[in-house]
Design a protein around this ligand. Structure first.
Ligand SMILES: [Zn+2]
Length: 112
């Protein structure tokens, strides 16, 4: 899961991203603890925050890769004389929905 948080420094306040293996905050607590302490990629200052303050994001790279693969598949199928609408539109749509749901589910669930 790709997570975002804002830098605690008032002079910076830029968005940062971290990558974790967990899909929800309960797993995340096991993975990194109840608080995280990360260095801002923009100003270098450390931000200490409760993991409830982390925001789940869609992984745009996954969607982009899927689109590229689908495009290649479409060209192959086109050359073979078969073009499936389900392949050209279904796969990216499915991946997008899946990514969106993962992020939404993560953001809905807070730990005590
Ligand atoms: Zn910063």
């Amino acid at each position: 899961m790709k997570l975002s948080y804002y830098c605690a420094s008032t002079s910076c306040g830029k968005i940062n991203y971290i990558r974790v293996a967990s899909d929800n905050r309960y797993d995340l607590k096991q993975e990194i603890g109840e608080e995280f302490n990360e260095r801002c990629k923009h100003c270098g200052k450390h931000t200490k925050k409760h993991i409830n303050r982390l925001h789940g994001e869609m992984n745009n790279a996954v969607i982009l890769i899927t689109l590229i693969i689908t495009l290649i598949l479409t060209v192959i199928l086109w050359n073979l004389g078969v073009l499936f609408g389900a392949v050209t539109f279904g796969i990216p749509a499915f991946v997008w929905i899946h990514q969106k749901k993962r992020a939404t589910d993560f953001n809905k669930l807070m730990i005590d």
